[in-house]
Write a protein that binds this ligand. Structure first.
Ligand SMILES: [Zn+2]
Ligand SMILES: [Zn+2]
Length: 482
């Protein structure tokens, strides 16, 4: 049954899946499959074959190829059709099939709306090399595809902490016409852009609390190396992101891998380069996905963390989806000292919301990205606990007056009518998580038990002295900030 291309005494190849089981069900349509070839080394294979072929029998014409790393592992993003999908994986003469189910949620209540924001006197085309198609339709296709990858990323990041694969639901990208001119937009900084667009979006769209918004700015422009009209910002219920690197994003599923691996250097005079020093189209695409995860994380109530996607590690998303044969270390990023914008908050009547962004540091000395695997794209434990109970990740039914979390600073106590899963303390300066307590698992740590019960939490006195922001989350995703 095996062919003659192998060195038989060293064992014949076999395909094994590492993160999926037969009949696993997903509520999003792009899923990551990780696996390995047992008895693999491409040198042992007489023709040096080093990739796996993947066919989804339920999607016409679907054929993919995933590179195999030297240890025999491979990973690939697979597109699923609604219902049961029969996937066939083939390496040389070894084949292995698996059925995976895409079961789209019916009538999800909590949604992320995706908007392509077009200025009043602008046709909505985005900046790209001159031969590329840059229409509004093309932009929306690219954005929707990126959001589907972000759905998959969030689910995968949650599984790293032992949680189920959960993600958010979104409504596909639609043009949103802004009242400002493109000239104005290109003069404003991201805080001004956010203040204007967030107000516009919330006024025109809906005041319902079951929507959050992700807006991509069509107006972003790189001119003589200067980038204008760009933002990467998530506050309250609205995140904004510039379209400056949209040229590097894939338009359809079949080109995702090619885009991650695109080594075309960016002409930084003509096009925006946001790749933390990779200076390639592929680098820009990976960083864009990482940034989107980060900013969307903020509107899903996550704060900053030192590491992971809510910290500095936003440039390595490609390693989740593809084997990187020559990984490069990049300069370490630093979560910036994010000012809180009380002014914008007051106007929108959203108290206690943080203005956050990330900026680059040039210090090579601080570069300690030495790990060469996809672990760089992750959520820290506190973020994963929060999302695992988040309404947007669970679609919990709404009950009137179901929950009440009260904080009494004088009494140093938090009381909740439903069991708490997480209490987090964040710095007022930059939203950085300084300390957290989890209650979603029973802990045997004796030091934890003194001030811990899932309905009643005593705030440690050092926390009160530090004047941190306090975030408490219950099991149904009700969130209290004080
Ligand atoms: Zn063979
Ligand atoms: Zn941030």
């Amino acid at each position: 049954m095996f062919c003659v291309k192998h060195n038989a005494q060293e064992g014949l190849p076999q395909i094994r899946f590492l993160n999926v089981k037969p009949n696993d069900s997903f509520d999003y349509s792009i899923v990551l499959v990780r696996g390995e070839i047992l008895n693999y080394t491409h040198r042992r294979h007489r023709h040096g074959l080093s990739s796996v072929q993947i066919v989804n029998e339920n999607i016409e014409g679907s054929i993919e190829s995933a590179e195999i790393a030297s240890d025999g592992k491979f990973k690939v993003a697979v597109e699923l059709a609604p219902g049961v999908n029969q996937l066939k994986f083939r390496f040389c003469c070894a084949t292995h099939g698996i059925s995976l189910i895409f079961d789209k949620r019916k009538n999800p209540r909590y949604l992320l709306r995706i908007l392509y924001i077009i200025c009043s006197n602008h046709d909505g085309h985005f900046q790209a090399p001159c031969d590329a198609e840059t229409t509004v339709e093309r932009a929306c296709e690219k954005i929707d595809l990126a959001i589907r990858l972000v759905q998959c990323l969030y689910a995968e990041m949650l599984t790293k902490h032992g949680f189920d694969r959960k993600s958010f639901e979104f409504i596909g990208c639609k043009p949103f016409h802004s009242s400002i001119s493109v000239e104005e937009a290109r003069q404003w900084d991201q805080n001004q852009l956010w203040q204007h667009h967030a107000k516009e979006i919330l006024a025109q769209e809906s005041t319902e609390h079951r929507f959050k918004y992700f807006g991509i700015l069509a107006s972003t422009l790189c001119e003589n190396g200067m980038v204008k009209g760009h933002a990467a910002l998530g506050i309250g219920d609205v995140a904004l992101f510039g379209s400056g690197t949209l040229y590097a994003w894939p338009t359809n599923f079949a080109t995702i891998q090619r885009c991650f691996q695109d080594e075309t250097p960016v002409d930084t005079n003509q096009l925006m380069d946001d790749s933390n020093g990779k200076n390639t189209y592929g680098g820009c695409f990976a960083t864009a996905l990482g940034s989107i995860c980060h900013e969307i994380g903020h509107i899903f109530d996550l704060g900053h963390t030192t590491d992971g996607i809510m910290g500095n590690d936003i440039d390595y998303v490609n390693r989740i989806f593809t084997v990187e044969n020559c990984p490069r270390d990049l300069p370490r990023r630093m979560a910036s000292k994010c000012a809180s914008d009380r002014n914008a908050d007051d106007k929108l009547n959203q108290s206690n919301r943080r203005l956050t962004t990330i900026r680059k540091t040039n210090s090579i000395l601080t570069n300690y990205h030495c790990r060469r695997n996809d672990d760089l794209t992750f959520l820290t434990e506190n973020c994963a606990i929060l999302l695992n109970s988040h309404k947007w990740f669970n679609q919990f039914a709404e009950h009137a007056n179901e929950s009440c979390i009260r904080c009494d600073i004088q009494q140093k106590i938090i009381k909740s009518s439903l069991p708490l899963v997480l209490v987090e303390f964040r710095s007022k300066q930059n939203g950085m998580c300084m300390k957290y307590y989890r209650f979603d698992v029973t802990t045997s740590t004796p030091t934890m038990t003194s001030n811990v019960s899932s309905l009643r939490f005593t705030i440690p006195s050092d926390v009160i002295e530090q004047n941190y922001d306090l975030i408490a989350v219950d099991k149904n995703g009700n969130i209290m900030k004080c």
